[in-house]
Design a protein around this ligand. Structure first.
Ligand SMILES: NC(=O)c1ccc[n+]([C@@H]2O[C@H](COP(=O)([O-])OP(=O)(O)OC[C@H]3O[C@@H](n4cnc5c(N)ncnc54)[C@H](OP(=O)(O)O)[C@@H]3O)[C@@H](O)[C@H]2O)c1
Length: 337
């Protein structure tokens, strides 16, 4: 089978290779992959930032989808041909996360999805909503589930709430779609007016260009009747956190998800306190959350936003595209092309 291997950290460490099709062991399934998608985590893995001690070579990408092509001994409840997606944390089935549950990530701690086939534990795949293509299903495991957990599971957004989304990447656009599904009023920021227009077409109620409006948090509060928003889906990290607090209503919720602008800055302790802000760290979600999200996606016939699709062989191009931030929503890899 064809695979992409990360043989050493950096773009030049990505090489195309051939491997034998793996055999599923007890409790495992063989998945014939059709689609995969990129997440910022895959960039961090490529650069050796996510896990400097990871074992190489490793097949990259946490997120993939396809169909069950083989069943190991003891596997029940799945049949050959069932369409499934991978899970980001194969060991996190339900309940609260633990160190053990937050491990064994495909593409980092075990072989991932830039391949024709992957073997995964049978409880580390989920059936995918029927109306989604394989490429669309491949966008769900990390970005969609992270957005779902932020908006639905942790912040418990309800109709009439106000939600602020940062940028037009994978997590933020899923969060926009889930917030709209729940009847929230949404504000989205971007560096690009063209992307903001596309976000508006997806249902965003208000848009702010964070380049031309550096005090976008203040502007978001103005757009929220002076009160501020109930939830900020924080993907920027240290460079955006202060403005997120400026956008927030007293007692509002910040879902701390990403660190696109950096990881450390002065912590505005007094402001967090005086705002009565709830700051909640988020790392994707459990398989149980994934199943609940898929049910909502199926009922609403929600379609993931895929900005660009690249073929199997264009590994370096795909990573470079994501690093440039040239995409809108998700970057997907058509593993059949
Ligand atoms: N904790 C978790 O479980 C988890 C899960 C998934 C992702 N993440 C993290 O969340 C972040 C986003 O991930 P992603 O997969 O959605 O990435 P992505 O698809 O690459 O999104 C990147 C987008 O973020 C926007 N952005 C960059 N700098 C910004 C800034 N200063 N202010 C506002 N927006 C900014 C840009 O949007 P415009 O082009 O519109 O300006 C850019 O296109 C990453 O740090 C990633 O590691 C964490």
């Amino acid at each position: 089978m064809k695979v992409i291997e990360l043989t050493r950290f950096g773009l030049d460490g990505l090489v195309a290779a051939e491997r034998p099709v793996p055999t599923p062991g007890h409790g495992e399934v063989l998945v014939r992959l059709k689609g995969a998608s990129l997440n910022f985590h895959d960039i961090a893995t490529l650069l050796g930032m996510a896990n400097p001690r990871m074992k190489l070579p490793c097949v990259p990408l946490s997120d993939g989808a396809g169909e069950i092509a083989g069943l190991g001994a003891g596997v029940t409840g799945l049949t050959i041909g069932t369409r499934v997606a991978s899970t980001f944390f194969p060991r996190w089935q339900s309940g609260a996360p633990t160190r053990w549950k937050l491990s064994d990530v495909p593409g980092e701690q075990r072989d991932g999805c830039w391949a024709d086939y992957v073997v995964l534990p049978a409880d580390a795949v989920v059936p995918v909503p029927e109306h989604l293509t394989d490429l669309e299903a491949a966008t769900l495991p990390c970005a969609a589930l992270t957005a779902w957990r932020a908006v639905v599971v942790e912040a418990k957004v309800k109709a009439g709430d106000r939600v602020l989304l940062q940028g037009t990447g994978g997590v933020s656009l899923f969060a926009l779609q889930f917030a709209k599904l729940l009847g929230a009023e949404t504000i989205i920021t971007s560096s690009s007016d063209e992307k903001l227009a596309r976000a508006q077409a997806l249902g965003a109620d208000h848009t702010i260009n964070y380049k031309t409006t550096p005090q976008w948090g203040k502007r978001a509060r103005e757009l929220s009747g002076g009160e501020g928003v109930d939830l900020v889906v924080e993907v920027g990290g240290s460079g955006t956190f202060n403005e997120s607090l400026n956008a927030l209503k007293i007692g509002g919720h910040i879902s701390m998800i990403g660190v696109l602008t950096g990881v450390a800055d002065v912590i505005p302790t007094a402001k967090i306190m005086s705002m009565n802000a709830a700051v909640k760290g988020i790392t994707v979600g459990s398989r149980e959350d994934f199943l609940a999200m898929n049910r909502a996606i199926a009922v609403a016939k929600l379609k993931p936003v895929i900005g660009q699709v690249l073929p199997f062989a264009q590994a370096k191009e795909a990573y470079a595209l994501m690093q440039r931030g040239g995409h809108f929503g998700k970057i997907a890899i058509d593993l059949t092309a």
